[in-house]
Design a protein around this ligand. Structure first.
Ligand code: PGA
Length: 254
């Protein structure tokens, strides 16, 4: 299965910064295209502009969330058809930073359905907190999130992101990542049958060029969801190259 490296820009990127980042990614790709799929998820305000800049580059563009309704009286929200209208083809849903602010498996489930109905591919985030891991509940928490957040016949992407590894510079051991990805795969197959075998399971949480080679080549790791390091075109592309095996000198990023 081809790997996917996705950049979650979060609430970063004024127009000039976003343009410079998209330009940097495009330029790096011309120099050395990685053998994996790439996706960037900028803030809504620059989504259409970034999609325009990356048009034809092969880099996908997505939103960072969407509402479950198509339109209506939901001040401040953005719907899945609006994301499609801005030329996004993907959307991150259920990120832990949003779950921490009130999203539940049920709301994520509703948003996933809306995203799919609008023609978007959802990247659904799951992952335990540090307290849950210490208490030995990580597998149960993630199983519950997979069961509760994904509609029947789910055909998107899942991102396993331990909450305590996000933005902290800490990562689980390679063994723990491999074990959790195997667990997520089991859950996907249990709930979605054959379709569950085709879902890419990304790892997210402090992925950097220096650790990507190990983390992204573990069994059942189908790529990465990258926060901080995706704000540097060179780091983002270095992670993409690491995802597809050791970079040859000719493929190193300037
Ligand atoms: P990080 O964020 O790479 O900065 O840890 C990952 C994420 O939140 O998706």
């Amino acid at each position: 299965m081809r790997k996917l490296v996705a950049g979650n820009w979060k609430m970063n990127g004024l127009r000039a910064e976003a343009a410079a980042l998209a330009d940097g990614i495009k330029a790096g790709l011309q120099h050395a295209p990685p053998g994996c799929d790439l996706l960037v998820c900028p803030p809504f305000t620059v989504l259409a502009a970034v999609a325009g800049m990356l048009d034809g580059s092969g880099v996908g563009v997505g939103g960072q969330t969407c509402h479950s309704e198509r339109y209506g009286a939901h001040t401040g929200e953005v719907s899945a058809p609006m994301l499609r209208d801005a030329d996004a083809h993907w959307v991150i849903l259920g990120h832990s930073e949003r779950r921490a602010e009130g999203e539940t498996d049920a709301t994520v489930h509703a948003r996933v359905r809306a995203a799919v109905a609008a023609g978007l591919t959802p990247v659904v985030c799951v992952g335990e907190t540090e307290a849950e891991r210490v208490a030995g509940q990580a597998n149960d928490v993630v199983a519950r999130q997979v069961a509760g957040s994904l509609p029947h016949g789910f055909a998107g992407v899942v991102a396993y992101e331990p909450v305590w590894a996000i933005g902290t510079g800490r990562t689980p051991t390679a063994e723990d990542v491999a074990a959790m990805h195997a667990h997520v795969r089991e859950q996907l197959v249990a709930h979605h049958g054959r379709g569950g075998t085709a879902v890419r399971i990304l790892y997210g949480g402090s992925v950097k060029p220096g650790n990507a080679g190990v983390l992204l080549n573990l069994p059942e790791v189908g790529g990465a969801l990258v926060g901080g390091a995706s704000l540097s075109a060179a780091d983002f592309l270095a992670i993409a190259h690491a995802a597809t095996g050791p970079a040859s000198p000719a493929l190193s990023i300037p």
